[in-house]
Design a protein around this ligand. Sequence first.
Ligand SMILES: [Ca+2]
Ligand SMILES: [Ca+2]
Length: 253
Amino acid sequence: MLRMSRCERRGQTVASLVLAIVTTAAAAAGDGTGRELAVMLLTVPATPYHCFPVGSEVRVTLAQCCLQVPVSGYQAFIQYDPNILTFVSGEYVLPEPFGLPLMAILADNGLISAAAGINPFLGQQPTQQDADLVVLTFQVAASGATQLYFPSHTPPTSFSSAQGRIIPELVPTDVLHAHSGCPTQLGDLNCDGWVDFDDINPFVLALADPAGYWTAFPDCNWYNGDCNCDEVVDFDDINPFVACIAGACQCPE
Ligand SMILES: [Ca+2]
Ligand SMILES: [Ca+2]
């Protein structure tokens, strides 16, 4: 259970994945395969509906968790879609646990490489601690749905341990929706924090007269009426809006 603590805060998907790996590793220990448990994962900030407006910045964190044995460094290869995201910068998280970056973090045709190790001059030792390793900053360039992930690569994304290289379980980001605008609470067209009958007239206004809606509700969000999450408020949102009123409000993945 200890190994789940960090992954739990990164979402249920990761937690259940790690639980599955623990089960696998426990089974493997019995058959003498000696499989080592380790996870490398990519995360994006939690935003409503995983939506990021075009022009905004997105910070993606590369992290490690659940290491079963100490490691002295890692190399990672991360793929992104340059049609949707523009790479801005990559920064190592220093000095712990790896105080010695081994390369500059650069992007080449949608592929980012990073590698770092312990720094003996800082007295660093091989480590099993959960840690953030790299923060990548992107600007959202265009609409679309995308993920960051670890592609097949030679050499592979891996940790270095005293026993030899460990190929970790690799967890991509959630699907990231890049939109011209993002809902903050679907169906709440008067921004009172509730989705109810009081939202019907504002929804009709948002549908018929977007400029009039912004004038009437300058502190609310027209995109809250985009109940099917396709970046516009139009007739296709009527049925999803009715579903919102009934309590079944969700953007499609
Ligand atoms: Ca409301
Ligand atoms: Ca819509």
